[in-house]
Structure formats: C-alpha cells, structure tokens
Design a binder for this molecule. Structure first.
Ligand code: NOJ
Ligand code: NOJ
Length: 527
C-alpha cells in the first residue's frame, strides 16, 4: 500500500491487534500524588534518592534490550549482535524490531557513558556494544529493503528491520529520513570519544584498510564506510519529504531537519579530519541551505516552532523538543547551535505544549502540581506526543502521555538553567518574557520586565534559574509517579488512571530519562 497524500496521516497499526480496552498494568502506580513544595528538604532528599535509584534501573533496563549482553535478547539466537530492540514486547504491540532511530538514539546515550569514563569496567562492555552496533549498521545499510538499496542509497531511509537483520517488507511509513542522520551522529560521536583515548587514529589521515576506523569513515565511496554513506544520504535527500519520527505523516519535519543539520555540520569536520575535502565542502554547503530551511519552522503567528510544515495540525509536538535536544551539538562539535533548548522559540513551544497537555489529560488536572494555584503558570505535567494523537499504545483511540516526552521537557529546562548559569545573565525579549513570567511562582516573585538584562547576582536571575530546575524536577516527578513499583517504564502512561500502557520496557523511555538526569546533574553543578 502506498499512500502519498501530502501532508497525510497514515496510521501504521494495521498489523497490531487492537486492544483498546486492555491496558492492564502489572503494578499500580498513583495518579494523584502531589508534587513537592521545593522548600521541603527531607522530601527533596527523598526525590534525589529516587533519581539515583531510577537512573541505575534505567541503565539496567536499557542494556537489557541490547545485544551483546542484554537479558531480554542474549539467549535468543534470532537476535544478531549489535541489535537494540525497541522493546521486548512481541505482541500488543509488536515492537520486537530494531528501529534505526530508536537504536541510534539509545546508542548515543551509551556513547555518552563511554565518553565519560573510557577506562571504566562498564566501558569495555560498552565498547563491545558500540563496535557490534557499528558493524550491524554496515550490514543494515547494505540490506535491500522496500525503501531501496545501498547502490541507489535510498535503502538507508528504511525505518526498521527484523531482529535478525533482515528487511521488514510489510507496509509501513517509509522512508524515514531521520534514521541515517541519527546513526551518523552517534557514530561520529563514538569516533570522537574513541579518538580521545586513542589519539593517533583520528589524526592519521589514512588508517589501515582493515581498521575499525576505516569501516566508519573512508573517503572512497561506496566502500564499507558507514558514516559517509549516511552523510551522502542526508546531503542528497534532506530536501525530499519523508515520514516523521512518529511514522505517520509524509512531509517536511522539524525533528528530521534539525538532526540532519547537526549530522552535516559534524560530517563536515569528520570528512575534513579524514582528508576528504571535496565531501567536506559539499556537506558544508548543504548544511548552509538546511540551516536556512530549519528556520522556516518558526511560525510567528502561532508563536511556536511547528513540527511539520504545511500541516493542518496545531504544530505543538514533543518532536520539537526532541529536535532541539538531538540537534544540539555535543561537546567537541563546535558549531553555533540553531534552536538549542534555551532558544526563546523552543521555550515558547515547550510552554504551548505543556499548557495543552496540562488541560488535555485527566491525570494532569486531577493532581495539582507545583505549589498549588496554577493559573497560567508553567508546571510539570505528563506530556504526550502531540494534541491530535490517537495512538493509544496498542491501536488507535485517544493519545496518552509518554515517558520519553515528559523526560524531554525536563531536559530542556535543565539545559536552559545550565546555559543561563554559564552565560551569567538573562536578557528578556518580547519572545521569551511570557515564558519566564510563567515560570515564576505567582506571589513573592520579582517582576520581570521585557528587554532587560538581569545579571547573575540579581534576584530575578537567581529565581529564574532556580525555577527552571524546580519545574524540571516537577516533570521528573510525573515520571516518578507513573513508573511501576519496580521502576519500569513502558512507552505511555494512561491519561486517566496513570498506569503503564503500550510497549513494555521501551528502550527509548529509559534513554530519555538518563539524558534528563544527566542534564539535571549538570544544572546542579552550577550551584
Ligand atoms: C502508530 C503509531 O502512531 C506510530 O507512531 C507507531 O510507530 C506505529 N503505530 C507502530 O506501533
Ligand atoms: C512509535 C514511535 O512513534 C516511534 O517514534 C518509534 O520509533 C517506535 N514507536 C518504536 O519505538
């Protein structure tokens, strides 16, 4: 089946047994837990303790879904090494696949860990995983599939594969052009991290033909050069439509464009480092066009970045938060970021989404958040994918909040707190003043004036930074409320009961939580 209405909504759950009525959570969680007033120290310590525990649980459960080593995959001969399953759930819903996107995002989280302590005990098993991941990606890139082949490059846009590495041939929303960009980003970060502890490899322009490096990047193309293949794909097809990260809409998407931009910018550096000047110039030129294109997602009338151009939807979408987070250059990737988490446009988009979700889901209105009376304030709520969502985790009915979206909202706020602390001042603008005003508590708050710069020593600055961290914690409080008693996350939690729904132990839910906690620790480091 090929639906090419543009822009179109294309629900992909035909093969998934619909079971609207059954979302039986194994262990109840509490929908109506109240959030912590920020001045109660013992409670705060308890929350910090939970964060530490849940961080360990998340890493364990994430690794359980990764081969080699993962408890949910290791004993299964069908699963090839290097596979990151989206979830161990094989039916209702069937997520027993490797999605290129989920795998790349998850592996990027593992690269972070590896980069943080390359000589730790964990890091040698991480290195095995990372190497296996890279080798499998080389095979997947070269596996003919319904999107195309390696020779015409189009095969790289295929969104998911069976766990044995073979092509999935049923109908699906394909191609999805974010996959190659995310994979390139992850492998380029691994290259940098690896190089930091093995410096000669990166700088010697021509590593031996058999080395792992030459498999990641070689100028000659098409050789077994995984990164270059993805960069070629991105640089040639970024201006074509594709299905979005939610696999539903064929069009031009903010998330896809943001990570493509990051991939091409970093790709320019990597190509240059390997003496591939011609490619570097080409990637840099395309990145320039793409940067201008990305700015078109700012919709002045709506006052937000929209997820998809020319779409009839509101544009409010957690994909915007994810685009900002995954599009943000990591340490070592030098470029000036476009729409980073602290950009006014991103913060406005977050506020719009949080307000919508705050009213949309009963769990958000039943449980008073923050310090009580809310008005138009920004407060931590359960965040779903987008207002118009009808995917309930099993089939289609109504949308629900997602763990990964809720954690992403927290991460945006923590990163903004760190950025302001590093900058040492806050300048209000007509674009951001509503956001910062909504962030402050209603009473006893300093007034914020537009077009004003507040220095780090001034009260409004301190309050804003403190509130960014606090409201970030409110979002993670929502996560805390809805994980089950073992600390497990699924894909979604029920909009009315708060119970887990959808794919169990969704790998990405754990990864997004780990990223948020990392950003939280960094923000705390500024205190
Ligand atoms: C429809 C959902 O909206 C989409 O995001 C998901 O990937 C597929 N069903 C498969 O579960
Ligand atoms: C549905 C999500 O919409 C999509 O982004 C994801 O790749 C798949 N589930 C697998 O987790």
């Amino acid at each position: 089946m090929r639906l090419r209405l543009f822009p179109s909504i294309y629900f992909l759950c035909f093969s998934v047994p619909y079971s609207f009525a059954f979302s039986i959570p194994s262990v109840p969680s509490f929908a109506a837990a109240k959030h912590l007033p920020h001045n109660q120290e013992p409670l705060r310590e308890a929350f910090d303790g939970w964060i530490d525990r849940e961080e360990r649980i998340s890493l364990d459960r994430l690794l359980a879904n990764v081969k080699p080593g993962g408890a949910n995959v290791q004993g299964n001969k069908d699963v090839v090494d290097g596979t990151v399953i989206a979830s161990p759930s094989k039916e209702a819903p069937d997520y027993w696949y490797q999605w290129v996107r989920d795998a790349a995002i998850t592996t990027n989280t593992l690269v972070d860990l590896y980069a943080d302590s390359p000589s730790s005990q964990l890091s040698s098993s991480l290195q095995n995983i990372l190497t296996a991941y890279a080798r499998l990606q080389a095979d997947l890139q070269r596996t003919p599939n319904p999107s195309g082949t390696f020779n015409d490059l189009q095969g790289l846009g295929e969104p998911k594969f069976y766990v044995n590495g073979s092509a999935f041939t049923d109908s699906w929303g394909r191609p999805q052009r974010d996959g190659p960009a995310l994979r390139a980003i992850t492998l380029m970060r691994y290259l940098r991290a690896y190089n930091a502890s093995h410096p000669t490899l990166w700088s010697s322009a021509s590593p031996g033909p058999e080395s792992f490096y030459s498999m990641l990047y070689t100028a000659e193309f098409p050789a077994r050069s995984i990164i270059k293949a993805d960069l070629e794909y991105v640089s040639h097809f970024w201006n074509h439509t594709s299905f979005d990260l939610w696999e539903e809409v064929d069009g031009m998407h903010f998330f896809t464009a943001m990570i493509q931009l990051r991939a091409l910018r970093e790709g320019t550096h990597v190509a240059r480092a390997f003496g591939d000047e011609g490619a570097a110039r080409w990637y840099s030129e395309q990145a320039g066009y793409l940067e201008r294109f990305v700015r078109r997602f700012w919709n002045k009338d709506k006052g937000r970045l929209v997820a998809t151009l020319w779409s009839r939807r509101s544009g409010l979408d957690c994909a915007v938060l994810l685009g900002s987070l995954h599009g943000l250059p990591a340490a070592g990737e030098q470029e000036e970021p476009v729409f980073p988490p602290w950009a006014d446009e991103v913060l406005d988009s977050l506020m719009g989404l949080a307000r919508d979700m705050g009213k949309r889901f009963p769990i958000n209105t039943l449980a008073p958040r923050g310090d009580g009376d809310s008005g138009n304030r920004l407060e931590g709520v359960g965040i779903g994918r987008y207002p118009e969502d009808v995917y309930d985790g099993y089939g289609t009915s109504v949308g629900h909040p997602w763990f990964l979206c809720t954690s992403s909202a927290a991460e945006i706020l923590y990163r903004t707190a760190s950025h302001l602390s590093a900058t040492g001042s806050l300048t209000t603008t007509p674009l951001n003043v509503d956001f910062y005003a909504a962030l402050l508590p209603p009473s006893s708050s300093p007034d914020l004036f537009v077009n004003t710069t507040y220095a780090a020593a001034e009260e409004p600055f301190k309050t804003v930074v403190e509130r960014l961290r606090h409201v970030g914690d409110e979002f993670l409080e929502v996560v805390k409320t809805h994980v089950d008693s073992e600390g497990s996350m699924s894909e979604q939690f029920d909009r009315e009961t708060g119970f887990l729904r959808g794919a169990t132990d969704l790998t990405w839910s754990y990864g997004a939580f780990l990223q948020a906690v990392k950003a939280r620790n960094k923000a705390a480091g500024w205190l």
